[in-house]
Design a protein around this ligand. Structure first.
Ligand SMILES: [Ca+2]
Length: 363
């Protein structure tokens, strides 16, 4: 059995940031949020520890233990140029992601279909990329896309579908890796849901990955995107209909649109993040910063819906620019548009409003 990330409710538990882990058998899985430090918070996935991760006993931690990583190789990221925004607004529902039919794609669901530099595991349903650099265009991967390379993974016009035997959607493991995904749909297999305590993001950084994510649809996982690297550019994506699993605070899915563990210089703009309100048990936040080194994020032009608090920021959010964002009107049971902890700072907070046009002011 896994223990749980104490990220949900109430807030006093949500910010502890150290989680326990026990290991189930069988499935590859790790949560290497190593960029944040040697003792790192992560989501509860099932699996065996990989790389240099070890379990350490820590009194007071949830479950009495945490996962410790070595510090690894220093990352000296180069700022990533991004495509100039073309519409300057968040997408309407159903307008981004892969918009064609899957029959027009090359299906990858067998070892024989695995491209050069990859390996498809039929037992657990994942495509492991061992090449440092690879481009996948117009593919339909039935299983997780698990990137071990240290270069650039590029995915365009594709469908990646989790739910064939392991826990992930798109996963990147190496510090300094770059993952570019555009015009693609990352979803859990229709008609099924992730397992209990699978808190993974549909797109997940397990090392210090640099994401460049544009115009993707992400749905069916517990979380949308797990960010744990510098210089991410995340724009024009549509995150919706996340998996609501579990029934108690202890085992609920704690859904986040973005769960951000470490993200200097994040650019998050023109995304539609829709957790569909708050049912009192499952949704944590549309945007959730929990970890360290969240310097100078630029967060603008997004649509946020759902969560107990819609946006949650811990004290390590420093010099944030937060403007032109739209919050869906709160529904009964929600606590507020944001929970920003003392210590977080802003260079700009302007023109944030509800969907009915009321200002959402910073106190
Ligand atoms: Ca979460």
């Amino acid at each position: 059995m896994n223990t749980l990330t104490p990220q949900a409710l109430p807030r006093s538990r949500a910010i502890i940031g150290v989680v326990g882990l026990t290991v189930a058998t069988g499935v590859i899985a790790v949560a290497l949020i190593r960029a944040a430090g040697p003792l790192a918070a992560f989501e509860p996935e099932t699996g065996t520890l990989a790389n240099d991760a070890v379990v350490q006993t820590v009194t007071g931690a949830s479950g009495g233990s945490v996962v410790q990583f070595s510090m690894g190789t220093a990352v000296n990221p180069t700022p990533v140029p991004s495509t100039t925004p073309s519409t300057n607004t968040y997408p309407a529902a159903g307008t981004v992601g892969y918009r064609g039919t899957t029959s027009a794609l090359t299906t990858i669901a067998s070892a024989a279909a695995a491209p050069a530099g990859t390996y498809y595991d039929t037992q657990y349903g994942y495509l492991q990329v061992n090449a440092d650099n690879i481009t996948l265009d117009h593919v339909y991967i039935k299983g997780c896309l698990d990137f071990y390379g240290s270069g650039t993974l590029t995915v365009t016009n594709s469908v990646i579908e989790g739910g064939y035997g392991t826990w992930c959607g798109v996963n990147s493991r190496a510090d300094g890796a770059i993952v570019k995904i555009s015009d693609s749909t990352i979803r859990w297999k229709p008609g099924s849901v992730p397992g209990l305590n699978n808190g993974a993001g549909g797109i997940k950084a397990m090392g210090g990955t640099i994401f460049q994510l544009q115009r993707n649809e992400i749905t069916g996982f517990a979380d949308g995107i797990h960010v744990a690297g510098p210089n991410n550019v995340i724009e024009y994506n549509y995150i919706h209909d996340l998996a609501l699993t579990g029934t108690t605070e202890a085992d609920a899915s704690h859904n986040d649109g973005l769960q951000v563990f470490y993200a200097p210089n994040l650019i998050l703009r023109f995304n539609r993040i829709d957790l569909n309100g708050f049912d009192g048990t499952h949704q944590n936040a549309a945007l959730f910063f929990q970890g360290d080194s969240f310097t100078t994020p630029q967060i603008y032009g997004n649509y946020f819906n759902g969560g107990g608090y819609v946006v949650r920021m811990d004290p390590n959010v420093i010099n944030a620019a937060f403007y032109d964002n739209t919050f869906a009107n709160l529904v009964a049971g929600q606590w507020g548009y944001y929970d920003i902890m003392t210590g977080a700072t802003f260079t700009r907070w302007a023109n944030n409003k509800t969907s009915s046009g009321q200002a959402v002011n910073y106190p």
